[in-house]
Design a protein around this ligand. Structure first.
Ligand SMILES: Cc1ncc(COP(=O)(O)O)c(C=O)c1O
Length: 709
């Protein structure tokens, strides 16, 4: 029998295809790229072409409470469109058997008694997922109506309770309770936390079934389809309290701490339990115990998601989720490698998350700064050799970008605590040729933007932020990159959000966006959305309006700075996992700082004011002047222990800069100190507690030996 399974890459779909019973059937599992279920014509054409004997409809747009309540229109329309197209399309194509997957959200809210199949549409739905529930109800009804009107067609619906298990989502707002708690308690173990607060009083009851069990039920339903009721719950028939789930997960991950209850937080519905009488009559029961199901899910999390301790304690780490890897494969399959829709989506999402209208992706952070400076030069009519104020401690790319754009970098010493440009020293460097300030948010620490914006305003200067190291960092609640005319980000490896190589310009200024887009693509005339998104189905109407095709008309001396779709999908995956990436980095840095307090006599640890967040691209340390050892001695010890270190962005003493600008270092005392005494180690999201402890122990051991000298 040939079966079309929709949503094969989702959690249910994965469990269905992973089941050994799937081998008894010829399974069609088109990816989203191969079959867009929201496109009716594509669905009908696919069914006509493949002619399956049966359809299992497991695809859906799913999400947790936050996503569902923020975007009910999306959950309603996408699920409705997909359902209508596949159910209606299958009917048109003469597919006689259809197994539709519903959800227990379809039931009225707040029922103490178990939910029986005839209770659908007898009461008010849970408002937080109403859009999703309405779509699921409509699809289930559509199936019943088809069977009622034409008995040769048997279109049936299973209504599973909540599920958990392999292929669950463990991060972001798509994570449901069990995977979210698995991650939370696993991290608590890693971080040595001994108390965890549970939302509400812990007595709310939930019914969660292991996804492998649901897959087993689906396959039995396929085998004995004729006997399957038209509508059937698939549940445990028993539920557990939230406290019981926490206890089971704590046991599986080895969390031995205590739980408290945060009664100020919402606990959700008191109870939601499906009635399993029909299911039992059909002759199926779930097999997996809660303890075993949780254990297997924890194994899956550890294998696929939790960072694997690498031998070397490096500076950076690229986490790409399984979903991201699948998307990379889809790009390979699509044969569209150059810049297109994925890059465009990445740009839009990146800009949105950084509170800017436009994001322009290109091949490096240096290119981003270069292009942004050239765009500003054009828009603001800067003369060649105009001056840009740059911190005296930064990666060489910041000031190189000025040189590439035909501008002159003028260095300003940095603050000894934050290592960022010192606002108190900016004004003395401004002269008639100065056009802009480039604050660099070094290591992820925002610069003192109030003071910098004030100086820029008073002197009529532009601001271009170098945010290469500071994705998502905030200064007084505002994201870095949103203070000036434009900003440059890097997504090179070891940066917080990485695409391998890459960078982005962000701006709110349409003109700067258009010039930047043009510059990165050889100076192209057309920078409209249609050309940029490169959707093969849409031809830009401007192209045929002029004698010369506007897409291949060049109006300024540009560069070839583009990236491709691989970077686009990897970038999107990184953004989806940003909470995990940022949260872990912040926690790792806090752990290092807490455990190195006693080293502060000789080592300066990172510090940031309460009104700013730090995105900790790495963990900077500067050896204090009173230390009885040198930076070199300490970093050599760390390196010998397989802990990678790097010097802290020496700039003015670089051979090239000495040649270009002379011996500047002596005029910049803080930079000089940092150049000779600063270094950094990693605190990235792939490091676990054991590795952080190794860094801490190594530093402690070194200090002990050296203080005894
Ligand atoms: C502060 C700063 N600016 C600019 C860049 C340049 O980025 P890319 O290496 O992507 O060209 C970097 C890279 O590390 C950086 O740290």
């Amino acid at each position: 029998m040939k079966i079309l399974l929709t949503g094969a890459s989702g959690m249910v779909g994965r469990n269905v295809t992973e089941s050994p019973r799937s081998r008894d059937y010829e399974l069609l599992t088109p990816s989203h790229k191969e079959l867009d279920l929201t496109d009716k014509a594509a669905v009908v054409a696919y069914l006509e072409k493949t002619r399956p004997d049966m359809v299992i409809h497991a695809a859906g747009t799913v999400g947790g409470i936050a996503a569902n309540s923020q975007r009910p229109l999306k959950f309603l329309t996408e699920n409705l469109d997909m359902g209508r197209n596949i159910i209606g399309g299958a009917y048109l194509a003469g597919v006689k058997k259809f197994l539709n997957l519903g959800s227990s959200c379809m039931y009225p809210r707040n029922h103490d008694t178990p939910l029986t199949e005839d209770m659908i549409l007898t009461g008010e739905l849970e408002p937080t997922n109403e859009g999703y529930a309405l779509a699921k109800i409509a699809c289930a009804r559509m199936c019943s109506y088809i069977t009622r009107e034409n008995s040769a067609f048997r279109y049936k619906t299973l209504i599973p309770c909540n599920i958990y298990g392999r292929w669950d989502k463990f991060t972001g707002d798509r994570a449901h309770m069990i995977p979210a708690v698995i991650r939370r308690l696993s991290q608590a173990v890693d971080d040595g936390k001994d108390t965890i607060a549970i939302w509400g009083d812990g007595t709310a009851r939930r019914e969660f079934m292991y996804a492998g069990d649901l897959a087993d039920c689906i396959w039995l339903a396929v085998e004995r389809f004729d006997e399957l009721p038209e509508l059937m719950n698939v549940g445990l028939g028993v539920d557990y309290s939230v406290d019981e789930y926490y206890a089971a997960i704590a046991k599986a991950v080895g969390f031995n701490g205590n739980f408290t209850h945060d009664l100020t937080k919402p606990a959700g519905m008191k109870r939601k339990l499906t009635d399993v009488t029909r299911m039992n009559q059909f002759g199926w029961r779930p097999q997996m115990s809660l303890a075993d199901g949780i254990r297997l899910t924890v194994d899956f999390y550890r294998e696929h998601f939790a960072a694997k301790p690498s031998e070397k304690i490096g500076i950076g780490w690229a986490f790409i989720s399984d979903n991201g890897k699948r998307r990379v494969q889809e790009i390979l399959d699509s044969n569209r490698l150059s810049q297109g829709a994925m890059v465009y989506r990445f740009e839009k999402e990146f800009a949105r998350l950084h509170e800017q209208k436009y994001g322009i992706a290109l091949n490096s952070g240096t290119s981003a700064l270069h292009v942004a400076l050239e765009a500003m030069k054009e828009k603001f009519n800067w003369c060649p050799k105009s001056k840009v104020l740059v911190p005296a401690v930064t990666f060489i790319a910041s000031s190189n970008a000025c040189l590439h754009a035909g501008l002159e970098p003028v260095f300003v010493d940095v603050d000894a605590k934050t290592y960022n440009i010192d606002p108190a020293q900016i004004e003395s460097k401004i002269d008639a040729d100065t056009v802009a300030i480039m604050p660099v948010h070094l290591f992820g620490q925002p610069c003192e933007m109030d003071a910098i914006v004030d100086i820029a305003k008073r002197h009529g200067l532009q601001i271009i932020e170098d945010c290469a190291e500071a994705h998502f960092a905030k200064y007084k609640g505002k994201t870095v990159g949103s203070f000036g005319a434009a900003a440059g980000f890097s997504t090179y490896v070891a940066h917080t959000i990485t695409t391998g190589v890459g960078g982005l310009v962000t701006t709110n200024d349409r003109e700067l966006m258009e010039i930047s887009r043009s510059l990165l693509a050889h100076g192209r005339a057309c920078t409209c959305e249609k050309c940029v998104a490169s959707d093969p189905r849409v031809v830009c109407p401007l192209r045929t309006k002029t004698e010369m095709d506007k897409r291949f008309m060049f109006v300024r001396l540009g560069y070839s700075y583009r990236i491709g779709e691989f970077e686009g999908v990897i970038g999107l995956d990184q953004l989806e996992n940003k909470d995990f990436i940022m949260g872990t980095r912040e926690a790792n840095a806090a752990y290092l700082t807490a455990n190195l307090q006693d080293a502060q006599e000789f080592l300066q640890l990172p510090w940031h004011p309460d009104y700013a967040t730090h995105s900790f691209m790495m963990y900077p340390i500067v050896v204090k002047k009173n230390a009885p050892f040198t930076r070199r001695e300490l970093t050599q010890r760390l390196e010998r222990n397989n802990i990678e270190t790097r010097p802290m962005m020496p700039l003015l003493n670089q051979p090239l800069y000495k040649k270009l600008f002379g011996d500047l270092e002596k005029d910049y005392p803080v930079a000089e100190w940092i150049n000779h005494c600063g270094f950094y180690v990693g605190c990235h999201h792939g490091l676990r507690r054991a590795q952080l402890n190794k860094i801490i122990d190594c530093i402690h051991g070194f200090l002990k030996e050296n203080q005894c000298k």
